[in-house]
Design a protein around this ligand. Structure first.
Ligand code: ATP
Length: 435
């Protein structure tokens, strides 16, 4: 990073105008003017300030207002005909502009923790306190938005110096105890930016990791951090780092960093790259792919316990369960039957979500199996019989469980090319009905 401070005398107006799209820059200026009209100091805060200084793209705009941020958010929404959602309890608001652009507004606050891992009690306070409650110095920078002071960097805790020296540093010694999610956040920023966790911070982090604090985090909070680590560019590194700090035990005591896991995660990276190149328009939960990969050595019931601990939502839980149940049998089948009939491949793979197919390709490490998965996704998944239940009824066949048998068989026949037309299917259906 270039030493921004010495170049710009700590005024970042030029940097903000150069690095942000003009639409956002102009909105920030308007926010500054509105804050002036309300006589309220307003700031750009959080990850966007850090990323502006690092030269990384980030369009998550967080505004902090000293005094009454909620009234400010209401006025802002009124002025631009924007949608507004206020979370009174947290003194935060989401403003959604008519063009779809969103930003968060919060009243600057101080936080106190009734006990470690509790959600903090929040009281309105100064920007100084608001920055002090943050996780790391590099995330505790702000940029003033009021018109005459637009672009002024507020750096009360050495965040700029730490950005320049590529250092992750907590603001105070209780930081990880107050909020152990910061242990995971430290790994996230360390690995994402290639920064170093400062010595004292590292000691505090290790102490927190060695304690039972993480056990006290709620499922959703722990899940959020773990999945965010798995969403990073190189989850193999964030997972290894979690293992180094012995954090995997908070998911399950049976999890460990092994050469096998390292190999699988590396193959997963390649398999994911292949999949996204091949099927760029299919939505894939990349973090979930790594999650299921991480669970690879665990039994279905142990994985179930992890899913429960993390309070995974139903959709993800279902996917994990399906993969646990169907991946190994599918893999065994494909390894054994080098050239299965299309209907056999279909049956082996039909119950696997895309995330499971990606993992299967990683585990198979075989070009033949990649080809089979490819044919399954591009062709077989699109195949349907032309006839349906209504057609069978119109043909005079008596409804009952036989319908499912017939339709399944018709699909098989279609997949294998044994029937080509609707007439072929009718004929086959009649034959099957007689048996
Ligand atoms: P990312 O780029 O991964 O989204 P971010 O820094 O924007 O990182 P957020 O989780 O969106 O991360 O948080 C926004 C800001 O809120 C952070 O920069 C930090 O100042 C503050 N913050 C978030 N979580 C915590 C926490 N657990 N403890 C203290 N401060 C936090």
């Amino acid at each position: 990073m270039k030493p921004v401070a010495s170049q710009d005398h700590r005024n970042l107006r030029t940097l903000v105008s150069r690095r942000l799209p003009s639409k956002i820059f102009n909105r920030l200026r308007e926010i500054g003017a509105l804050a002036d009209a309300m006589d309220a100091p307003a700031y750009l805060v959080g990850g966007l300030v850090r990323d502006l200084l690092l030269g990384h793209t980030n369009l998550d705009v967080d505004i902090a207002v000293e005094g009454d941020g909620m009234t400010f958010a209401r006025r802002l929404a009124d002025r631009y005909g924007a949608g507004l959602k206020i979370f009174e309890k947290f003194a935060t608001a989401l403003v959604v502009f008519p063009d779809g652009f969103k930003l968060d507004v919060a009243t600057t606050r101080c936080e106190s923790y009734a006990h470690p891992t509790a959600l903090p009690t929040v009281k309105p306070s100064s920007i100084k306190d608001d920055l002090y409650r943050r996780d790391f110095t590099i995330n505790a920078l702000a940029i003033r938005l009021n018109v005459n002071r637009f672009g002024e960097l507020v750096d009360l805790y050495g965040g700029l110096r730490d950005l320049e020296h590529k250092v992750i540093r907590v603001l105070h010694a209780r930081s990880f105890v107050d909020d152990p999610t910061r242990v995971f956040r430290a790994i996230r920023f360390e690995q994402r930016f290639g920064f170093r966790i400062e010595k004292h911070t590292l000691t505090l982090l290790k102490e927190a990791a060695a304690s039972d604090l993480v056990h006290r985090l709620s499922g959703p909070r722990l899940r959020n951090e773990v999945m965010r680590l798995l969403s990073e560019q190189a989850p193999i590194r964030t997972i290894r780092r979690m293992a180094e700090f012995d954090l995997l035990r908070f998911l399950h005591t049976g999890l460990a960093w092994t050469a096998r896991l390292a190999g699988l995660l590396s193959d997963l990276g390649k398999s994911l790259a292949w999949w996204t190149k091949q099927y760029p328009r299919r939505s894939l939960d990349r973090a979930l792919v790594y999650f299921i990969g991480l669970m690879d050595e665990l039994s279905a019931s142990a994985t179930g316990a992890v899913v429960k601990r993390l309070a995974m939502p139903g959709k993800e839980t279902r996917k994990v369960q399906l993969v646990k149940k169907h991946l190994e049998p599918a893999l065994r089948f494909l390894v054994r039957h080098r050239s299965p009939r299309p209907s056999e491949t279909y049956r082996a793979l039909a119950d696997l979500p895309d995330e499971g197919l990606v993992l299967l390709v990683a585990k198979a490490r075989s070009k033949d199996i990649v080809r089979l998965v490819s044919a399954h996704v591009t062709t077989q998944q699109q195949v349907r019989p032309s006839l349906n239940g209504v057609d069978l009824k119109a043909m005079g066949l008596k409804p009952g469980p036989i319908y499912k048998k017939i339709l399944d068989r018709l699909l098989e026949a279609r997949l294998n090319g044994e029937v080509k037309t609707k007439a072929d299917e009718r004929e086959l259906a009649k034959k099957l009905a007689k048996v």
